[in-house]
Ligand binder design. Structure first.
Ligand SMILES: [Zn+2]
Length: 325
């Protein structure tokens, strides 16, 4: 993917200099520079649409930081947005994409979890959003770690993600709940911290669509370095039982029940192979080759498996080791 910078209003400035001028422009001025995010709206069901990133990477200069999916639901009195991207600029690009479908304002946002690629775009909707929904651990992590995510993504993207105002959630979910939002029923489901602390999903029963955040990855290796694998293995059969006609995952293409089943097989195989290694008395480092071999059948479907396994194995190992004593 080619990086493209659009320059508007300051024609004499180009390239990296243009980015820094955009930074200096600060709040209150029009967004002067933007990365050209290839946002295409994908219709998922009658009222649900997805913005699926083509990237299967972490934020980098090529994807301009846009590496996670968003979804939106057009209700009678406004739009519900599920996740908002890695920066305010990405949120603005999403806002434009939503306008190609409806003139209704984004009034409600759900932040699925606290990783910065899923909520830093909240500020792009400050003019219309009334309610930002998240679980208690996520709201706390956003408030505490926001500035660090902004700095990290600027570092990873060579400055493309720029500034993002931190907009914290104002409606806190402490247990599974059903909200009536306009003419929508939205069932909020907590994962129990499977993928990361406070993961929240939205099930739309009338549409039979699941907005899963990172509890589901469809065709990219999930990150298992911030969660609780045992809890993750418990929640996935519950999601299968919903029998969704579509699942918008946090990363990867739109999938369905089969995508949940596949992920469950992958995570089960991961658990089993690590457990076998522990029973043989191997350290995490020593078991890496056999775990990698056990996961061979999943490698074509889940790119990045090898790399993330190397990064995350020690975290998974400690969890499984704790359950074997
Ligand atoms: Zn993510």
């Amino acid at each position: 993917m080619k990086r493209m910078l659009k320059q508007i209003k300051i024609p004499k400035r180009i390239g990296k200099l243009a980015i820094s001028v955009g930074l200096l422009a600060g709040p209150g001025l029009a967004c002067v520079f933007a990365f050209d995010y290839p946002m295409r709206v994908e219709k998922v069901s009658e009222r649900v649409f997805a913005l699926i990133t083509p990237s299967r990477e972490l934020p980098n200069p090529e994807n301009g930081g846009w590496n996670s999916n968003m979804a939106f639901v057009v209700a009678k009195d406004g739009v519900l947005l599920f996740d908002s991207g890695s920066s305010e600029a990405i949120g603005l690009a999403a806002k434009n994409a939503i306008r190609s479908i409806t003139d209704k304002p984004v009034r409600w946002i759900v932040n699925s979890h606290a990783h910065g690629d899923h909520w830093l775009g909240n500020a792009a909707f400050s003019d219309t959003v009334e309610t930002i929904i998240a679980s208690a651990p996520v709201a706390e992590l956003i408030a505490n770690d926001g500035a660090r995510w902004v700095a990290l993504f600027n570092d990873m993207t060579g400055g493309i993600t720029q500034r993002s105002e931190i907009k914290t959630p104002n409606k806190i979910i402490n247990k599974d709940d059903i909200l009536s939002i306009s003419n929508l029923n939205v069932e909020l489901i907590l994962s129990g911290g499977g993928h990361s602390p406070g993961d929240l999903m939205a099930w739309l029963p009338e549409e039979r669509v699941l907005l899963s955040g990172d509890v589901i990855y469809s065709d990219r290796m999930p990150s298992t370095n911030a969660g609780d694998l045992a809890r993750w293995l418990e929640i996935l059969p519950r999601l299968e039982a919903l029998d969704p006609i579509a699942v918008v995952p946090g990363h990867g293409s739109v999938t369905d029940k089969e995508g949940i089943t596949q992920l469950l097989s992958l995570l089960n195989a991961l658990w089993q192979s690590v457990e076998e290694g522990i029973e043989k008395g191997l350290s995490d480092f020593e078991m890496l080759p056999t775990v990698s071999k056990a996961l061979e059948p999943f490698k074509s479907r889940y790119p990045g498996l090898e790399e993330k396994l190397r990064r995350d194995l020690s975290h998974v190992y400690l969890q499984i080791e704790a359950t074997t004593f």
